[in-house]
Design a protein around this ligand. Structure first.
Ligand SMILES: [Zn+2]
Ligand SMILES: [Zn+2]
Length: 397
């Protein structure tokens, strides 16, 4: 399907996204104007009394990449999908800052009392907080153009809390035996580091019940061990005997902390947030037969049992700060010839039209631009014009 165009009304309230042809007509008749090029957004010249539509955002939370998809459950359409690329340098930078500070206090501020272990609020560590807040920034930005009312997030690979509570995680109820079985498998595999405990294979893994279910064996990790299909089959055929003891199951709480942090952040936006766990996402993704990727996981999380129409490009989302020019001698200039870092620029001689780039060069007449899959290339200031001012979030496709 053609990617939809986002529409906002005169007062900036989100309306239903529309077909590009309709948007073009509105633009030609002067009934709307372009406010954003990527993702393409138009603003109507009139006020819409009751802006319609409600959307659900699915978030596949990861440490490096986060899949995000906005779905209309009414029309069964994906109107936005993409991957947020997260920063990986936060913990290093925090450490570096702490070192500077320690050394400064040692050199210049020795008269002050020592201060340590004095955190007032327990909150996730900065690297985790940054990740979750990046997600929030993107959701907030999308909320400007789409009326997002619901969210679905993944809280870990399996349900750590009580099994009974877990079955209500997502609104639709799984059969209890199915739920417990899947959760058992996910826990055991996670604890055993996704490796066969007999032969160290990493594929086709099963969670074996040490004491059989039929003999009152439980679905607790203590009663489980990871085996690959080969070892598992031969064990059941009686070719060898299980002697190893399963390891202890300990789920680190700091992982959970971050999951609740994003849950609370999204709730504070006024969204009603549903939770699911990793094996559910995989189950839904397989049942609607789409390949594994971060945006697809986010889609499956929302739609669960139907395949929606995809009416969106696949975006890569980068979060950046406004930056002072790196090699500028004065270190103060924010712009040069009207161009700033990460502005979206259209240049004349380039076929591909527009590029995303950083304006970094200090040469008199050219600046360096960077297209998405292209290497850097220079263009002249005179032959370029700004399509879109950098606004801290870069969408590209
Ligand atoms: Zn094996
Ligand atoms: Zn078995």
């Amino acid at each position: 399907m053609t990617p939809k165009v986002f529409v906002i009304d005169k007062e900036g309230r989100p309306c239903l996204p529309t077909h590009p042809a309709r948007a073009r007509k509105l633009l030609l008749k002067g009934k709307a104007r372009v406010v954003k090029v990527v993702p393409f957004t138009i603003q109507l010249e009139r006020v819409i009394e009751n802006p319609l539509g409600s959307f659900t955002v699915g978030i596949d939370d990861g440490a490096k990449e986060v899949g995000i998809a906005v779905v209309s459950e009414k029309t069964k359409e994906v109107v936005f999908r993409g991957t947020i690329e997260l920063r990986q340098d936060v913990s290093r930078k925090i450490k570096q800052r702490a070192e500077y500070r320690r050394s400064r206090r040692g050199r210049k501020l020795r008269y002050r009392k020592a201060r340590f272990l004095n955190r007032k609020h327990l909150q996730p560590q900065p690297s985790i907080r940054q990740r979750k807040e990046s997600i929030l920034r993107v959701v907030k930005d999308l909320k400007k153009v789409l009326n997002i009312t619901d969210a679905v997030i993944e809280q870990g690979q399996f349900d750590v809390s009580s099994l009974q509570a877990g079955r209500q995680l997502v609104g639709i109820e799984f059969q209890q035996s199915f739920y417990e079985g899947r959760n058992f498998r996910a826990k055991v595999l996670w604890r055993d580091n996704y490796t066969c405990q007999h032969c160290s294979a990493k594929e086709e893994l099963n969670a074996h019940h040490i004491r059989r279910r039929i003999d009152c064996g439980t679905n607790t990790p203590k009663n489980g061990i990871t085996l690959c299909k080969k070892c598992h089959d031969s064990l059941h055929a009686g070719e060898w005997e299980l002697e190893l003891k399963p390891k202890d199951f300990k789920y680190p709480m700091h992982l959970m902390q971050g999951k609740w942090y994003i849950f609370n952040l999204l709730s504070s936006l006024g969204l009603s947030v549903q939770r699911c766990v990793g094996w559910m996402t995989a189950y839904w993704r397989n049942s609607i037969k789409i390949e594994k990727s971060h945006p697809n996981d986010a889609i499956a999380m929302v739609t669960k049992n139907y395949m929606p129409n995809i009416a969106s490009l696949e975006y890569t989302i980068l979060l950046r700060r406004a930056k002072v020019w790196e090699d500028n001698p004065t270190k103060q200039s924010q712009e040069k010839m009207g161009f700033r870092h990460y502005d979206l620029v259209k240049c004349k001689h380039r076929k591909r039209g527009w590029v995303i780039g950083s304006v970094r060069s200090l040469k008199a007449k050219v600046m360096t631009l960077r297209a998405k899959e292209d290497s850097n290339f220079p263009v002249s200031y005179r032959k370029s014009r700004i399509l879109q001012r950098f606004n801290r979030i870069i969408y590209s496709y």
